[in-house]
Design a protein around this ligand. Structure first.
Ligand code: PLP
Length: 361
């Protein structure tokens, strides 16, 4: 029998078992073609259909209209950190950044390399324990956009509302919480997300850009570095990450079968509720690191009474079939990454382990 663990890795991370089985079944013969989708041309009718369907599914699930260009790119979310300022910083403009953790601060660094950057908020001095209240975010007149990171994977914080930026386009790194809950995605002029948490394997980055923002995209950039190429060619100018797009389509179809974002949100709400209740009921042992109002539904971060106990926790969790709970190397501690593919049952088993571990220690 195949061994499967409770996979709480931060990314790449768990994908739905149902999807893995479909991939396995279709791997040798994709729908009667006699070959894997990995082996077929990206110009084949089979792949063109996958590409079109994936674009349509993204629009449908996120509630984005035809006025959004849906793109599949490579280079991870980290490449987007550079491409956004490269494409959208006009003369005399600055990129405004909300610094809520390691990832948005890396985005800010890229912007500084390419032009002017403005710090619109930072919780760095508070150890990144929270995201801002909406009235704490300030951007200047000449902001080309405001960049936020909706979920801070490392620090375990998440935005539960987003600022109204008026004329200033709102750009969002949704790498670690895309398609995990409902909200008005049309607030955003540009969304990007590496696929490897909620959308499938690493290697493909989802980007959605609203028409009016796309119109401001600079001319004259190298072909592969301008969003215009991807929008114009439906991400098929060069060889796209075929397997990633195919996989993303299957994951999006799986989300649809869970009742779309409403269904997924319900499950995710129950998962985080159970985990945070367990933590709060024994706050002397499991110390949540994020402020309550900023807590992430996707990455739950805690410290134990000391580092030796944390090491023991990680080791015993693994022996009990729960893997990936070591906090990021920059912050330490314990992190439970409970993305879409982690089931409520997985979280139930995890809190049972937490209870046993606490009592024994
Ligand atoms: C919120 C966030 N942004 C960006 C990144 C970087 O993504 P990539 O490794 O795809 O460049 C990560 C990776 O974990 C992330 O969690």
């Amino acid at each position: 029998m195949t061994k499967r663990v409770i996979n709480l890795n931060p990314g790449p991370s768990a994908v739905p078992l149902e999807v893995l089985k479909i991939v396995q079944e279709e791997l040798l013969d994709y729908r009667g073609t006699g070959m894997s989708i990995l082996e077929s041309s990206h110009r084949s009718p089979e792949f063109e259909e996958i590409n079109d369907q994936t674009i349509a599914l993204v629009r449908e699930l996120l509630g984005l209209g035809e006025n959004y260009h849906v793109l599949f790119m490579t280079g991870g979310a980290s490449t987007q950190f550079a491409l956004v300022p490269m494409n959208f910083l006009g003369p005399g403009q600055v990129g405004a950044y909300v610094d809520t953790g390691e990832w948005p601060s890396k985005a800010l660094k890229e912007c500084k390399l390419l032009g002017g950057a403005h710090l619109a908020f930072s919780s760095k001095a508070e150890g990144y324990r929270r995201v801002p209240k909406m009235n704490e975010i300030k951007w200047p007149e000449n902001a080309a956009y405001l960049h936020v990171c909706s979920n801070n994977t490392i620090e375990g914080t998440q935005f539960h509302e987003f600022p109204d930026t008026g004329k200033v386009p709102l750009v969002c790194d949704m790498s670690s919480d895309i398609a995990s809950r409902r909200f008005d995605f049309t607030k955003f002029a540009l969304i990007f997300a590496g696929a490897q948490k909620n959308l499938g394997p690493s290697g493909v980055t989802l980007v959605a850009i609203r028409d009016d923002f796309m119109a401001r995209c600079k001319e004259g950039l190298p072909t592969m570095f301008t969003y215009r190429t991807y929008a114009k060619e439906k991400s098929l100018y060069n060889t796209p990450p075929v397997f990633g797009v195919y996989f993303m389509k299957l994951v999006l179809e799986w989300i649809k079968r869970q009742g779309g974002l409403a269904g997924i949100e319900k499950i995710n709400r129950a998962k985080q509720d159970l985990l945070y209740r367990t933590i709060d009921s024994h706050a002397e042992f499991y110390r949540g690191t994020a402020e309550k109002e900023s807590r992430s539904w996707m990455n739950v971060t805690v410290r134990l009474p000391n580092e030796d106990l944390e090491k023991k926790f990680i080791k015993e969790a693994k022996a009990g079939g729960i893997v990936g709970v070591k906090g990021h190397r920059s912050v330490g501690g314990i992190r439970f990454s409970i993305y879409n593919a982690v089931t409520l049952e997985d979280v139930q088993k995890t809190v049972e382990f937490m209870e046993r571990f606490r009592k024994a220690n």
